[in-house]
Design a protein around this ligand. Structure first.
Ligand SMILES: [Zn+2]
Length: 174
């Protein structure tokens, strides 16, 4: 029974009704510096794009407020816009509401798994990282156990699979 994923639907709707579809498409080429297979849109970091006067305003919400990748994201967005001729652009950082793993697109979840990172679960409270049972992105087994609360970055936890013996990161529910 899949609950509608409202955070994601809100973003998809905002994009579908935007007056600036070409800018959304353009920014699909900007990827998360830590997970280069995910665009900022797929990750749910790209919040909104508006035009005020001649200025393109892009709002982003980092996955957590101390995210070290924030400056890189900002620079990548401005560089991409400027190369396409949009010199007058600003990036605003919205910290409220805080980023949620529910904002990740279905495509983003698939890409994350293909990249070897278990995507956040759909029906789990934020902050809950289970001790076991996260689906292994390599073999699909749920015979897995948590090795560490922190993986490669603070937003991931490290798991090991008892069947294929791989270790993998789980993108935590935030
Ligand atoms: Zn496995």
């Amino acid at each position: 029974m899949d609950k509608p994923d409202t955070g994601w639907i809100e973003r998809e709707t905002r994009r579908a009704h935007s007056d600036l579809p070409e800018i959304w498409t353009l920014l699909d080429s900007v990827c998360d510096p830590e997970i280069p297979v995910l665009s900022l849109f797929d990750l749910g970091v790209l919040h909104d794009i508006r035009q005020l006067g001649g200025c393109i305003k892009v709002s982003i919400t980092p996955t957590y407020s101390g995210c070290p990748a924030l400056e890189t994201m900002r620079d990548d967005i401005l560089k991409t816009l400027s190369q396409a001729g949009f010199e007058d652009a600003q990036v605003e950082v919205c910290l409220s509401p805080v980023w949620s793993s529910n904002w990740m697109s279905p495509e983003g979840r698939r890409k994350l798994k293909d990249y070897g990172i278990a995507p956040p679960m759909k029906h789990c409270r934020a902050g809950d990282t289970p001790d076991a049972g996260i689906g292994c992105p390599f073999c699909g087994s749920h015979n897995t156990a948590r090795l560490s609360e922190f993986g490669a970055t603070a937003c991931k936890a490290m798991f090991t699979c008892a069947d294929c013996k791989e270790t993998f990161d789980f993108f935590k529910n935030i």
